[in-house]
Design a protein around this ligand. Structure first.
Ligand code: GLA
Length: 386
């Protein structure tokens, strides 16, 4: 049990044994960015940081939910209505309850206490961990028997329909279905997934948090989703059998170049290239080819910066400093997640991490006036009872 959650339970004279206890992890993404809602491949991993949930049945007709990290309690009357409460963490949980209601389940009143160690706003998907944890809990409580891949589908529906953001399925899927054996290669169309048996002894995945959360993210993400849909529609007019943008070929894209404006063309070009990089990364990691893996990471960063346009000056700086100043240590680096801030993910020689951190800390502070945070994350299994 996380120490601060334990302290909360103790201070409130709550037993530390609950009938329902689970861990819902955050996620990283090795490669395959903005390829989930375009029907392609992604390579995320569940990590060893996440959110613990403790729950028990209570009397009455309302959920009593407590967010230990925020020290906030909320009483949510049941059944949930379609209208949001306006409190973001409550809405993430309410959306999941709402989805179970839509499936015909009657949700009993519960006390739900949760707390975690995923740094918020770091791009490690604490929101997906919240959704997945609640879905896992309700699945257990009502005995719905929904598989963990299908719980991810349910969580995505909640994000799209209840929260109202048009995300793909990567974050929720990785959190619920990650593997301790390695990152998973997930086909976001068929939902087939398999662990990638990466063999990179002596290397680590280091996240460097720019501490930037651009407001732009919330408005530009849907714009990218729309641009990708436009590109696909144009391709399908000429090639009706193309199943999704990620599976279009460069030739097919080029054949409709005249129908697309330059921006939309570049978005689509990035997506098609990125999908191919997921395959290449799998080969590189399983063959212990960290040089090839690093080149792929850098190529993804260039694509996200120049063609997909979801990076920002602060993150570009951290990526450039890492790869140009520490070429021996840093095999490659890129912006991770939806974009517009958050973390870079770096494939680094473990022994070189202290010197790299020292340099990035002072260089970033000098130029951007912010103190970056560093996380050495370990890959672990998906959501599970504890
Ligand atoms: C966010 C979304 C995901 C995915 C990534 C970009 O994390 O939630 O569905 O689209 O951005 O790869």
């Amino acid at each position: 049990m996380l120490p601060h959650v334990f302290t909360y339970l103790k201070e409130n004279q709550l037993s530390s044994t609950f009938p329902h206890a689970l861990f819902s992890p955050g996620r990283i993404n090795i490669i395959g960015e903005h390829t989930d809602y375009t029907g392609g491949l992604v390579m995320p991993a569940a990590i060893d940081k996440g959110i613990e949930f403790y729950a028990r049945p209570i009397e009455g007709t309302a959920m009593r939910m407590h967010a230990v990290d925020l020290n906030e309690t909320y009483k949510l009357p049941l059944p949930i209505r379609k209208e949001k409460t306006g409190v973001l963490w409550v809405d993430y949980l309410a959306g999941i309850i709402h989805e179970f209601q839509l499936l015909g389940h009657e949700i009993p009143a519960l006390e739900v206490i949760f707390g975690g160690n995923v740094p918020r706003g770091s791009g490690m998907s604490s929101s997906a961990a919240l959704e997945g944890g609640m879905a896992f809990l309700l699945n257990e409580v009502v005995g719905a028997g929904i598989s963990q891949p299908q719980l991810a589908v349910l969580c995505r529906r909640s994000s799209n329909n209840y929260i109202g953001v048009p995300t793909g399925i990567m974050d929720q899927f990785a959190s619920l279905n990650g593997s301790a054996d390695g990152p998973i290669r997930l086909n976001c169309k068929s939902l087939e997934f398999t662990p990638v048996l990466a063999h990179t002894p002596g290397y680590s995945w280091l996240l460097v948090n720019s501490m930037v959360t651009h407001e732009l993210g919330s408005s530009e993400y849907p714009v990218r989703v729309r641009e990708c849909a436009e590109a696909l529609a144009a391709i399908r007019k000429v090639h009706p059998d193309v199943p999704c943008l990620s599976l279009a070929t460069k030739d097919q894209l080029n054949s409709v170049a005249g129908q697309l404006n330059e921006t939309t063309f570049r978005r689509a070009d990035y997506v098609i290239s990125e999908n191919a990089r997921v395959h290449a990364m799998e080969t590189a990691l399983t063959r212990s080819d960290t040089t090839a893996a690093g080149i792929l990471l850098n190529a993804t960063h260039a694509g996200l910066r120049d063609d997909f346009a979801v990076s920002c000056a602060e993150v570009d700086f951290l990526q450039q400093e890492a790869v140009t100043r520490f070429p021996e240590t840093v095999m490659g680096a890129r912006i991770m997640g939806g974009g517009f801030g958050g973390c870079t993910i770096n494939l680094v020689q473990t022994l070189g991490i202290p010197a790299l951190k020292k340099h990035l800390f002072s260089a970033y502070f000098n130029v951007h006036g912010q103190r970056p945070e560093f996380y050495e994350v370990n890959i672990g299994p998906g959501t599970r009872a504890i």
